[in-house]
Design a protein. Structure first.
Length: 256
């Protein structure tokens, strides 16, 4: 019993340290945002400092009992990745993410499931090439290794108005899907842990996720892929890739 109490006290102390350190990082982010507003220093340098501080906060959220903090930080990273150019980053968008993180850090309390869903869904989506926000059309989840392909697909969909969450870990992606209830999921066939079809089977094995339209992007012949679950569309990365992807998304987001 004593060991359990000692462990609990240790975790509480570490959680407190995480919140205190996050508060310090948020102050640094606020200074970087002020520098952007007042055009102090190079824009790229201030954005880089924000990204570093956000990434630092994200790493401690889950182990210390504040997964929503990590999800919000991840959402801001998604915003940066899906906005086509750093000149299109909008300071007010970044502040919405930062204010969400700060609200949890200041209250020193993890939101309940309903609060978490509302908070995450209220975050901005990536900006268009013009710098304007597209008309919101729904939520999408991309499960793809970090890299050029994910960035291209993410930017294209963000410009169409979809709020996107980008994941490279299918286990983490399931947790995200349970909270955000996306309109569709897109996964690449080749992933670090599982194939796209295996991830699709994993999703559709859960009652609350099995009705979500799912697309698997493959460079191979779709005829060579077998045992594909229902509601899973195979999209070949060939000449008609963009048209096929948009057809899938339009179908997925059209009310039945």
């Amino acid at each position: 019993m004593s060991d359990d109490v000692d462990y609990l006290m240790l975790m509480q102390a570490l959680a407190g340290d995480f919140l205190d350190e996050s508060a310090d990082k948020l102050e640094e982010i606020e200074q970087s945002l002020k520098n952007l507003e007042q055009k102090n220093g190079r824009e790229e340098d201030n954005i880089l400092l924000i990204k570093r501080d956000v990434h630092s906060i994200k790493g401690g959220g889950v182990p210390f009992g504040f997964p929503t903090v990590s999800k919000l930080c991840h959402g801001l990273e998604n915003y940066f990745e899906t906005t086509s150019d750093h000149h299109n980053f909008n300071i007010s968008d970044i502040r919405i993410f930062v204010d969400g993180i700060a609200s949890i850090v200041e209250e020193r309390r993890e939101p309940d499931e309903q609060e978490q869903e509302m908070l995450l869904k209220s975050m901005p989506s990536g900006r268009k090439q013009s710098g304007r926000m597209a008309i919101p059309k729904g939520f999408g989840l991309l499960i793809m290794p970090s890299g050029l392909q994910r960035k291209i697909v993410g930017q294209e969909l963000a410009q169409l108005g979809f709020k996107l969450t980008l994941e490279d870990n299918p286990v983490t992606a399931i947790g995200t899907a349970l909270v955000l209830k996306p309109n569709f999921v897109i996964v690449s066939m080749i992933n670090t842990l599982l194939t796209g079809v295996e991830i699709s089977r994993m999703f559709h094995g859960a009652d609350t996720l099995k009705k979500i339209p799912f697309a698997v992007l493959t460079a191979g012949d779709v005829g060579d892929v077998h045992d594909v679950p229902d509601l899973t569309t195979l999209i070949h990365k060939g000449p008609t890739f963009t048209q096929d992807l948009l057809k899938f998304i339009n179908t997925a987001c059209t009310p039945v």
